[in-house]
Design a protein around this ligand. Structure first.
Ligand code: FAD
Ligand code: GLY
Length: 370
């Protein structure tokens, strides 16, 4: 007799693993199925920035979710350390959004004045910017200092969420492909996999950029597309910057162990993870314009990942209107690491039939899917 689970999650990226963790904490019998290894796709490629103020605008439907999610990190990091012994390298090191023109400077000054007081966002004149980060290019017209937007190791976070869940009783099957659904009338009761059929009361598709092709098996369209991003990392003997530096088309994230992670390109509509010379050259030019000393750094490695983007630009988080027992959590595009904790909570509440006010107010914002 096949083992019956409360919830079966397809996809072992940060979104699937965060949902797995929250459900495991609540004592649910949960199974996660991953085609490759945990964190092997976008979640293993991400820079790990928790950029509420750098990537999202104040009025965006995602802003409050992102703020709540980022604020969960100190406790989450501690919990994961206690359960797994793993350090997800969470730091609240802050970010600086650099301005290159007078117009950009003016717009940042007004952002600083409009941002919530608790965020502590501050405009830095060129002089003050130099005092904060002395190695930055002197061509900058100033910067927006965002103290609360920190960063984590995205692969370690994803792995720790998976491991913590297993320690709490969850099952995880890696190297297992879900290729279809098991339909009983209007209900999805399980999935067909490379190791045979598996059943659960609730199925959640969290397959990142690959969710769309799986959901097409049962006629569900979520209007999503892949967006490739390439990154590289270097090592330097000195800490060239304390905070993450963010500009249009390039960011530099200081990581533990003298590493600097530099990202990221954007190529839409491709699942090809090949790293291009043009992408690397473009990033290197931008990064050395921002931080000239990087030219003397030691090369570490380059990689890429496929971001899941939706037509409306917002993640899809909720139940299918057409199929009972089917839910979906994908389309987190550039902010899946930032949004993973809150997505885990909202989906766990949904599975328990609890009304979550954040999810309730967010649900209206994305385009209907079936
Ligand atoms: P994924 O991590 O892609 O996971 C989906 C998983 O599902 C995959 O492992 C896949 O193998 C599995 N899967 C799919 N279909 C099936 C199937 N049929 N059967 C079994 N398994 C299946 N976000 C931030 O918040 N901060 C950042 O700094 C940041 N930087 C980024 C930098 C880059 C270069 C990239 C590419 C992304 C970045 N992101 C960042 C975005 C973030 O990585 C994504 O939003 C997030 O990882 C998406 O998580 P996911 O779990 O939905 O997808
Ligand atoms: N959020 C950074 C990226 O997606 O590249």
């Amino acid at each position: 007799m096949a083992k019956q689970y409360d919830v079966l999650i397809v996809g072992g990226g940060v979104i699937g693993c965060s949902i797995l963790y929250q459900l495991s904490k609540r004592g649910k019998k949960v199974l996660l199925i991953e085609k490759n290894q945990l964190a092997s796709r976008a979640s293993g490629a991400a820079a790990g920035m928790l950029g509420v103020q750098t990537e999202l605008k104040g009025g965006s439907p995602l802003y409050r979710l992102a703020q709540k999610s980022r604020n969960m990190y100190p406790v989450l990091a501690q919990e994961l350390k206690e359960v797994t012994g793993m350090d997800i390298e969470y730091v609240e090191n802050g970010m600086i959004k650099m301005a290159w023109t007078e117009e950009e400077a003016q717009s940042f000054v007004s952002v600083a004045s409009q941002t919530d007081e608790g965020e502590g966002v501050e405009w830095l004149s060129p002089l003050k910017l130099s005092a904060f980060e002395p190695y930055l290019s002197k061509q900058a017209t100033g910067g927006l200092f965002i103290p609360r937007d920190g960063n984590v190791s995205a692969p370690k976070l994803t792995e720790a969420l998976g491991l913590a869940s297993v320690r709490l009783g969850a099952d995880v099957k890696e190297y297992t492909d879900v290729y279809d659904f098991i339909v009983e009338g209007s209900r999805i009761s399980g999935v067909q996999t490379s190791v045979g059929p598996l059943y659960a009361s609730e199925i959640i598709v969290a397959g990142g950029a690959w969710s769309q092709s799986l959901l097409e098996r049962i006629g569900v369209t979520i209007h999503s597309h892949p967006v490739k991003g390439e990154c590289f990392s270097v090592k330097y003997s000195r800490k060239l910057v304390e905070r993450t530096i963010f500009t249009e088309g390039c960011y530099i994230v200081p990581k533990v162990g003298g590493r600097f992670l530099i990202g990221a390109t954007e190529h839409a509509h491709t699942f090809d993870e090949t790293i291009s010379v043009s992408g690397m050259m473009n990033l290197m030019k931008k990064a050395t314009d921002i931080l000239p000393n990087l030219i003397d750094a030691d090369w570490e490695k380059a990689w890429s990942g496929i971001r899941p983007q939706t037509e409306g630009g917002l993640p899809i988080i909720g139940r299918s209107e057409r199929w009972e027992g089917l839910s979906i959590a994908t389309g987190h595009y550039r902010n899946g690491i930032l949004l993973a904790p809150v997505t885990g909570i909202m989906m766990a509440d949904l599975m328990e039939g609890k009304e979550n006010p954040l999810l309730h107010s967010y649900r209206g914002s994305f385009r209907k899917w079936n």
